[in-house]
Design a protein. Sequence first.
Length: 460
Amino acid sequence: MSIRAELIDQDPSDGKAGRPLPRDFIWGVSTSSYQIEGAVTADGRGASVWDTFCRKPGQIANGDTGDVACDHYHRFAEDIALMRRLGVQAYRFSVAWPRVLPQGSGPPNEAGLAFYDRLIDGLLEAGIQPWLCLYHWDLPQALQDRGGWEVREIARWFGDYARLVARRYGDRVKHFATFNEPSVFTLFGYGFAWHPPGLTDRAALHRAIHHVNLAHGAGVDAIRAVVPRAKIAAIHNVQPSRPVGTTPEDAAAARLLDAYWNQAFPEPQLLGRYPAELAPLMEAVVRPGDFERIQRPVDWFGVNHYSPIYARADAKAPLGFAWADAPPEAPRSPIGWQLDPAAFRDVLLELHRRYRLPIYVTENGTGAVEAPNDAGEIHDRERIEYLKAYGEALREAVAAGADVRGYFVWSLLDNFEWGAGYANRFGLVYVDFATQRRIPKASAHWYARMIHAQAMEGVQ
Ligand code: FCB
């Protein structure tokens, strides 16, 4: 892919670096295993909870599944070549737990482990840092069958899995993350039934939250013991939670959503306590000594951010609140997500103030329903506008003192977008799912040019 200026609508601010960022700022792209790999039965991979969930009628738009996805398992070399042409310095991916441990614990699957060897070696040869996330929601179904996140033993299973991965790749991987967005898969999986295991059960949600936190601590310890020089973190989605109405009940609903969404994991992991709204609810599952197990030292804070979220009171809902839409007048992306770059800036500043860790934005981006034009090109002007506006917000946060050291676009490729199936495309690179042909969108050319301009600024 050459940097084709004619694909990018000319705008004098395109490609200019704007306010200064730290010299060694990292530009990257993100993906996750279930969303891109496909090959769900290849070479001994075990089933994941998403394989099961996708087969439940009515769960996923269009009946889509991750069975093939982007076929990245077989096309990873082409995808690394795309990243190299983009000029990204880092690639954040996740390991599929059931690919390396088909039963979740017990004997590892050598063929599955070898896949990530090939991926990591290919990245390093291309000069791209591998950033490895252990868990992006594809729990082995075998562990779900033994109780999944509801049983305390899962912290040990996760620790063993982390040790296996650290031993295998720790000679080449420096950046590790334990979990991606623990609040999303717990709240959606146990509170709203939108993700596996498809429950609306408050007590189960609280068990899952606490056991994920214990697993995080076990994972950090396992990686640290094997790879002392590792840079370890968890990745949290942090988005302002707002009441949809003006009643005190709606305000309380937004506070409770804030506690589940933004605080249930960073607070115990970094400050050793549950937020005030959750602490009494968590008493039934917390045992003496647990916060020492959870609050293990980490090296950075991974933040994913898209847009603000809204809540309204609903006495009949299992958690006492319902998910709500942004106000009708709010600007929105083509798939209806609110656009509010100032919220991103404020989140970065608040995370800096509260946790004092180096921050890496591990996901940011925007979705659309897209198709190539007659010339076979994708002019995704709205995505470029989004990345520019959110990039400017990031620069404002840095100028105001936030210690942000890197930024990863979600996503390298269009992929399996969970409940939305393949309808919502988030890629810089378009994927024709019928042929698996990859076509860099205008935003890919824009991102490449911006990274290049930024690098040039660094050498001046
Ligand atoms: C995040 C997920 C990621 C992707 C984006 C759009 O919540 O981490 O897998 O689905 O949203």
